[in-house]
Design a protein around this ligand. Structure first.
Ligand SMILES: CC(C)(COP(=O)(O)OP(=O)(O)OC[C@H]1O[C@@H](n2cnc3c(N)ncnc32)[C@H](O)[C@@H]1OP(=O)(O)O)[C@@H](O)C(=O)NCCC(=O)NCCS
Length: 170
């Protein structure tokens, strides 16, 4: 089940994100696998604001997502699922939870940034209905995020912004 994160969850989420990153090692991206995960203090900003969700099994988080608002869109800041629980649709359900949060705030859809070629990043999000958002179509917030990522050296592997507009009813 998906529920809002509690403050007690936060140290577990840091460990969860580190474990979720391990598969990057298998595709030659050890630097990403070794990247420092969000600290409990950083996650607390999202948790206290009601925009950090966990997928809990037997009460224990096995996946989590955090959301932001960027250029008037909901923004998937992070989504992580333990490798032991991957490929069961938990990631998709967490992303849909972020989408519901964005919809409730009147936002037209979701954005995120990710690695274009990693199977569980770009191709996965495209399967979920996301499309690449070229630089010229990005708002200032998304451009700033991308510029900070480039400065951190993340574009050593192809990386891009993606968007998914919510379908209108009727
Ligand atoms: C991205 C992530 C949250 C997806 O979680 P999940 O619960 O496995 O997601 P779902 O079950 O909804 O879908 C998984 C899909 O990802 C792709 N995928 C996942 N692992 C894969 C792998 N090892 N090889 C190839 N494709 C893979 C597949 O398309 C898969 O769908 P399928 O099982 O139907 O083939 C999870 O892989 C993760 O935590 N990755 C590390 C952190 C990360 O990259 N986060 C995203 C940052 S933008």
């Amino acid at each position: 089940m998906i529920r809002l994160a509690t403050s007690a969850d936060l140290p577990l989420l840091t460990a969860l994100e580190r474990a979720a990153g391990a598969p990057f090692r298998d595709v030659g991206m050890a630097a990403i696998a070794d990247d420092t995960p969000a600290s409990p203090g950083e996650l607390a900003v999202f948790q206290t604001d009601g925009r950090c969700w966990v997928y809990a099994e037997h009460g224990r988080p096995v996946g989590y997502a955090v959301a932001a608002e960027v250029d008037g869109f909901g923004h998937v800041e992070q989504v992580s699922v333990l490798p032991s629980h991957a490929r069961r649709g938990l990631g998709r359900q967490l992303i849909e939870t972020v989408d519901e949060w964005a919809a409730a705030r009147g936002r037209p859809g979701l954005t995120l940034t990710t690695f274009v070629e990693v199977p569980w990043n770009g191709p996965y999000y495209e399967r979920l209905g996301f499309r690449r958002l070229p630089v010229e179509a990005q708002g200032p917030g998304l451009r700033a995020i991308r510029e900070a990522e480039i400065a951190r050296g993340l574009d050593r592997w192809p990386r891009a912004a993606f968007v998914r507009l919510r379908r209108r009813r009727g």
